[in-house]
Structure formats: C-alpha cells, structure tokens
Design a binder for this molecule. Structure first.
Ligand SMILES: Nc1nc2c(c(=O)[nH]1)N[C@H]1C(S)=C(S)[C@@H](COP(=O)(O)OP(=O)(O)OC[C@H]3O[C@@H](n4cnc5c(=O)[nH]c(N)nc54)[C@H](O)[C@@H]3O)O[C@H]1N2
Ligand SMILES: Nc1nc2c(c(=O)[nH]1)N[C@H]1C(S)=C(S)[C@@H](COP(=O)(O)OP(=O)(O)OC[C@H]3O[C@@H](n4cnc5c(=O)[nH]c(N)nc54)[C@H](O)[C@@H]3O)O[C@H]1N2
Ligand SMILES: [Mo]
Length: 692
C-alpha cells in the first residue's frame, strides 16, 4: 500500500488515525481531525473495539497540550545556574555540534561515563528506544535498567506463570466475580472498567482490594482496605481457606502446577487471624472473600482477578504478585475464558527488539548497567572500581526523572552537579529540563510516526503523523540520527527512517498493510490461555515453587515480606504513605495542562479523621509531611478515602507547581523490591504536622 502523506498536507480537512502514546494499559486508537494543517480535536476511534470511541479526559485534551503556549519550540541552551530554568534559544546546528563534541570527548575517555535515561513518555517502539538505543549501543554508553514501573510484577509473573500473559481484557465482561486488586481502574484503566460495568449489569459481584477507597472502590460491591504491602499475607490466608474448605480444583492442581504440597504447607501457616492482624482488616473479611472466590470457582463460575501495578511498589512486591498469581491455579479459574487473572498481556507481542535496538552494535563491549530507580545515588557516585566511572553526561528523553524518581532530594542534588553535562529532549520545561545544559524540542504523537505494543489488551497500533512538527520540534529519532552522523557512525541502521523502523518492529508477524489500513492489528492469544496448563515456564506448569528463584537464593515459594518501613503507633514516622496516580494526569505528564490541573486542583494529602484529629489537623489545612529523607508541604483533605494509619499523597505533581517547589517523591526511598530491582514508592513511613 502507498502511504499518501509524508509530511501531512497543509490544506484541507481530514482525519488521521493514530495511537495514544501514554503508559497506560488501554493504548487507545486515536482519530485526529485536522484542518489546514492544524489539529482541531483528538477523538477515540469508534472502529477500534478496545477503544470503543471513548477517550479519557486527559488525552481528549491532547491538542491543548500540543499547542500549549509554554511548549519548547526551539533548542535552548542554559544561561543561568542549573535548576534556574534560564535558557537562551540557539540553532539546531549549534546545539547538535556542541552536544556531539561533548559526547565525543567523554566517550574517548570512557563511554560508560555517558548514561541515557528514558522511560515511557511515549511507549512507541520507534520514538522510544529505537534509534536512541542504536546510538547508545554504538557509543558503548552505560546501559539503563528500566525498572521504574513494572519490573517487580514482571519478574513475579515470569517466575510463576512464565510471562506477561493473562486473560483477554474483553472477557471480564462475562465474569461472575471480579477482584480488582491494587488497581484504580476508573483512573488508570478506563476501558477495562467498561467491561466491569457490563459484568455488573449481568449480576457479577465486584470486589476491590486497595488501601485507598478509590473512585473504583466506591463503585464496587465491596472494598477491602488492607495496609499497603500486605497482599501476600491476604493471598496466603485465602489459600488457607481454600484448602480448609476444599474449594480446590484437584485435577488442575495435579496436572498443571508445580510445588503444590509445599505451597499447601505454607498456606496452612496462614490462618485468617494471622493475616487479618498484618493486613489491618477483619477475619470475617478474609473468610468471606475466600468463600466468594472459592465457592464461585467450585460452582463452575467464571472468576477473574484484575491486578495492576499498585501492589508491587513495596519491598515484597514481587512476592505479593506471585502469591496472587497462584490463586487461579488453586481453583482452576483458568479453565474459563472469563476466569483467571490479568496483570499484563505485553508478552503476546513478538517485537523484533534486536533489529530495532541493535545491541550487536556493542560488539564485544559489555557496559555496566545503572538502575534508573537509583538515579539519585548514581549521579552522586564518584569513580571507583566497583561503580566504574563517574557519570559525566546524561541524555534524558521520554522521562521526567527529577519529578518521578524516588528520593528527589538526592536526584536534585545529582542533576545540580556543575560537572554533569545534561541534554533533555522534551516538549516542555519540566523539572528535569530546568537542569539541562541543552533542551531539545521534541515532536508530540501528532507529529511523528510510531508503532505501539500494548499491555492491557493485545493489539498493535500504528501512529501516523497528523500535522507537521510544531515550531522547530524534531523527532527523537531525528536527533539521534543527527548526532550519529556528527560522531561518524556509519552503520546503515542510522539512516533508517521512522516508517522503515515501524516496519522492522514486527517483521512478518503482524500485517503492516492491515496497520496502514486500519491503524491496529491483533496479536494472537488463545481465549483461555492456561485452560490446559501449558504455562511458558521451564516446567510448563504454574510454578508455585520456583527453582529459578530458589537458585537465585530466594524463597522458592511466595511469602509475605513486611515493608522496609513498617510504621507502628508511637514511631517517629508512624504513618504509611502511598502515592498513587492522579486521575487527570499521567504520571507527571499533563500536570502543566491548565484545564486538567484545574480539575485536580492542587497537590493533596488524604488523611483519615482519627489521624488528623490526633494531630490537630483540619481539612484544608496546609500540612508538612516529613521523614529522614525530606519534607513536603501540601493541603490536607480529611475524607473516607484514607484508612487509619495510611496517608495518600496523590499524583506526581511537577515540583515547581508545588508549595515549596517539591513533590511527594521528596519522601520516597531508593530501596528496591524483592524481585525485579524496582523502586518501593509505596513503602514509605512519614509523619504529618500542621504547617503555616
Ligand atoms: N490517570 C492515570 N492513569 C494512569 C497513570 C496515571 O498516572 N494516571 N499511570 C499509568 C502507569 S505508568 C501505570 S504503571 C499504570 C498502573 O499504575 P498503578 O500504579 O497500578 O495505578 P492504579 O491503577 O492507580 O493502581 C494503583 C492502586 O493500588 C493501590 N495500592 C497502593 N499500594 C497498594 C498495596 O500495597 N496493595 C494493594 N492491593 N493496592 C495498593 C493504590 O491505592 C491505587 O489505587 O497506570 C497508568 N495509568
Ligand atoms: N511517588 C510516585 N512516583 C512515581 C509513581 C508513583 O506511583 N508514585 N509512578 C511511577 C511510574 S509507574 C512510572 S511509569 C514513572 C513514570 O515516569 P516517566 O516515564 O518519566 O513519565 P512522565 O512523568 O509522564 O514523563 C514523561 C515525559 O516524557 C515527555 N515525552 C512524551 N513524549 C515524548 C516524545 O515523543 N519525545 C520526548 N523527547 N519526550 C516525550 C513528556 O513531555 C514527559 O515530560 O513514574 C514513577 N513515579
Ligand atoms: Mo508506570
């Protein structure tokens, strides 16, 4: 098929099919209405079943973001102290020449002193880690371990069911019982919630398990408000009850699982009384949940669990996901297409990562890996045999680490280093861009080609540019191509254009013609992937006991690991703080879009009335939240959403839009999860006091 426009035409009215680039399970198909080269409106594609013509509030404001008056439209060079946000405009040539020469001289000494830092500002395979990865591989830069979001859950799934595979999201509409476990679906997975509503109308019971009474929890039949980080204890107690009442599928256990005797013994150590104490819920809540789950499965009903990543941002996050992931195998819930579990389906995609990212360009070099969760410490580290060279250059794209990375005190100190050369590819002067030596204006999703895999459903989506780049914005790929040329990289891959790279992403496994035609194509996944076992684990079974974990020195069975920071009354820091996403932002994206910020209002801490009364705090007061790492001030809201002993710091606001130029990550820590080397954002003890 011929692609008819590149660049998009400047005249006439037309509609362009694209893909939402954001880090969200829904990955919607977008339709942009364009008039005379200007994007007028972004809609949800009605022809795409997973989108169903519906967009969330934030992405329906995408044009407001694209044409935002504060968008960076020309390259900027720092003219004031780091962090001051003072820049002067320079030409692309001046910026690229200087950046290339700085990187060349650092690379000549030690390429590992250069570090790329990126995450999921766009989930696109081309503008994400496509050309950028080739560039840094060719340099031999330090590798980045991209752990900031989902790697604990991913490692847990891998160990238990063999990969990121689960139920098809649309089948939740047919389920009889749905546990929404660690997910605020209305905020972060709106298109899944449509299916829940269908199931609910058909008589399904919906139960939410979440420390916070979210907008999702209040629309469920039941809400179990456990303490953060205690999901494994709850899951083990559920297993205890399943065993005690024989709500088990013995055939499934015998044929399709590994380590049942050992898990059974472990579960019998977890009577509901023990778990209730740890989880901060009642014994009856656990017994009733087990009864609902067990009896429905035994009666041959479809019983489904929707996990999201909320539960794995604590020390025992991997074990928590592992314990929950065992449940559908105990009861044979996997036998039904509307039963089992879904955390992520990203494992269905046969992405050609080696072609896109070209790790072979490293040759025989094997650079060190820096964990993005520890960027604060890493930037403050000096050269040493253990660490390797001090980080001298940082190239940030698709991410806003100064706002989103844990332990911001350290992160800011690192970014403020005068001897660090920092380049940031961005749409806006984010908290991170304020510390850049150069800000390079990036295109948005409306202005470039890309191709997307998904994790909440199983489609692949193609994104066409709808408009020409705004101002002098350039694609991420273009920037790395231009730098590659200046550094003399002559591998032909550096000449690949974006459409070529989009074609390379899947080779023949997905029809590119279908993508060009419709904008989406579905990757294959059986309707009930584990009805007959066939788990992609080494044993082919659901591995309750994981030899691989045992070999790595871990417990081979799932267990409850208490949080690192387990606040008790009377402690210096007696409250547990979680910091889940705000509904109208996407991590720190959209915080600067006024119409969305107006809905969210201001940074808030939710607190239970008893905790507030004990501190003489009234709703609407300004409070100071603090621990040994730092302090943060914001407005408090006393409401039913917070459970006693737990405060909710909502959303990752831009620091500079907060009261003292800081956000909730001032308080979070750099410790890592039990599996997957991920941050433990929701494992955080604080104290709260009234402020002025
Ligand atoms: N609107 C919006 N949507 C988003 C995002 C956003 O910022 N805003 N972020 C996107 C990203 S990057 C991701 S990774 C995804 C998923 O991101 P998630 O972090 O899974 O986000 P949520 O669906 O809000 O689910 C988290 C829920 O888990 C709860 N929770 C916290 N600690 C625990 C715990 O220990 N146990 C249990 N059971 N629950 C706990 C929180 O209160 C919250 O309601 O969402 C994506 N979608
Ligand atoms: N306290 C706390 N902190 C958290 C979380 C939490 O729940 N609590 N959630 C964590 C999670 S799950 C995640 S995934 C991370 C997310 O962290 P990030 O991946 O850093 O996500 P964003 O904050 O959305 O920042 C993405 C940036 O990329 C830019 N961008 C978007 N598209 C493009 C593009 O095409 N080119 C370029 N050059 N730039 C682009 C956007 O303008 C935006 O500033 O945050 C984590 N931080
Ligand atoms: Mo995430």
């Amino acid at each position: 098929m011929q692609v008819s426009f590149l660049p998009p035409p400047a005249h006439g009215s037309f509609e362009v099919t694209g893909a939402c680039p954001h880090d969200c399970p829904d990955t919607c198909s977008l339709v942009t209405s364009v008039q005379d080269g200007v994007a007028i409106k972004v809609h949800g594609n009605a022809a795409h079943p997973q989108t169903g013509g519906v967009l969330c509030t934030k992405v329906s404001r995408y044009t407001e973001r694209t044409y935002h008056p504060e968008r960076v439209l020309r390259p900027q060079k720092r003219s004031g102290p780091k962090g001051s946000g003072q820049f002067v405009e320079v030409s692309w040539d001046e910026a690229l020449n200087d950046i290339a020469s700085r990187l060349r001289s650092i690379a000549a000494r030690n390429p590992e002193a250069i570090l790329p830092y990126s995450y999921a500002g766009t989930m696109g395979l081309v503008q994400g880690d496509g050309m950028a990865a080739r560039f840094f591989h060719q340099i031999g830069a330090s590798l980045l371990d991209r752990t900031i979001c989902a790697s604990a859950g991913a490692a847990a799934l891998e160990a238990t069911i063999g990969g990121k595979i689960g139920m098809k999201v649309e089948f939740f509409a047919e389920s009889d019982l749905i546990l929404i476990w660690g997910s605020n679906s209305i905020a972060s997975n709106l298109h899944f919630w449509r299916h829940v509503q269908t199931a609910k109308r058909n008589g399904a019971k919906i139960i939410c398990i979440d420390p916070r009474k979210t907008e999702t929890a209040e629309k469920c039949h039941q809400h179990i408000a456990l303490r953060p980080g205690t999901d494994a204890a709850l899951a083990l107690a559920l297993m205890h009850e399943l065993v005690r009442n024989d709500w088990l599928d013995h055939d499934y256990l015998a044929e399709h699982t590994l380590g049942w005797d050992a898990l059974r013994a472990r579960a019998l150590e977890w009577p509901p009384e023990r778990a209730a104490e740890i989880c901060g819920i009642s014994v009856a809540e656990i017994e009733n949940l087990a009864r609902d789950y067990g009896e429905a499965c035994k009666a041959g009903k479809s019983v489904a669990i929707r996990l999201n990543y909320g539960m794995q941002r604590v020390r025992g996050g991997g074990n928590g996901v592992r314990a929950v992931a065992c449940l559908p195998a105990l009861t044979g819930a996997w036998r039904k297409r509307a039963g089992g579990m879904l955390l992520s389906n990203s494992g269905v995609h046969a992405t050609n990562k080696n072609v896109l990212q070209r790790p072979d360009l490293l040759g025989i070099r094997s650079p060190r890996t820096i964990n993005m969760a520890n960027i604060g410490d890493a930037l403050l580290e000096s050269s040493s045999p253990a660490f390797g060279p001090q980080i001298e250059a940082l190239v940030v794209y698709n991410s806003n680490p100064v706002a989103v990375a844990p332990d911001s005190g350290k992160v800011v100190q690192g970014f403020a280093r005068d001897d660090l050369f920092t380049v940031v590819l961005e749409h806006f002067k984010t908290d991170t861009a304020d510390y850049a030596d150069y800000i390079l204006p990036a295109t948005t999703q409306l202005e470039h080609w890309d191709i997307h895999t998904t994790y909440g459903h199983t489609d692949v989506l193609l994104n066409r540019p709808a408009i020409a780049p705004v101002g002098e914005a350039r694609t991420n790929t273009d920037v790395f191509r231009a730098l590659a040329a200046r550094l003399g990289f002559d591998d032909p891959c550096f000449a690949d254009d974006d459409l070529t790279m989009a074609r390379q992403a899947f080779g023949e496994t997905i029809s590119f013609d279908e993508l060009l035609d419709k904008g989406f194509a579905t990757a294959p996944l059986p309707d009930a992937p584990f009805a007959l076992g066939k788990f992609p684990t080494p044993s082919g079974k659901c591995e309750f006991f994981s030899q691989r974990l045992a070999d790595a020195g871990q417990d081979g069975l799932p267990d409850y690991l208490p949080n690192y920071e387990l606040p008790q009354p009377g402690d210096t820091y007696p409250l547990a703080m979680i910091s889940p996403p705000a509904r109208n932002f996407l991590n720190s994206s959209f915080v600067n879009v006024k119409s969305l910020r107006d809905i969210e209002g201001e940074p808030l801490l939710e607190m239970h009335a008893d905790d507030a009364a004990a501190r003489g705090i009234g709703s609407g007061d300004t409070v100071r939240i603090f621990n040994d790492r730092g302090a943060y001030r914001c407005t408090v809201r006393i409401n039913q959403r917070a459970r006693p002993g737990v405060v909710n710091g909502l959303g990752v606001w831009w620091r500079k839009l907060g009261l003292d130029g800081s956000n909730v990550n001032e308080l979070t820590n750099q410790r890592l999860t039990d599996m997957g080397r991920a941050p433990t954002y929701y494992d955080c003890a604080v104290q709260v006091e009234r402020s002025h």
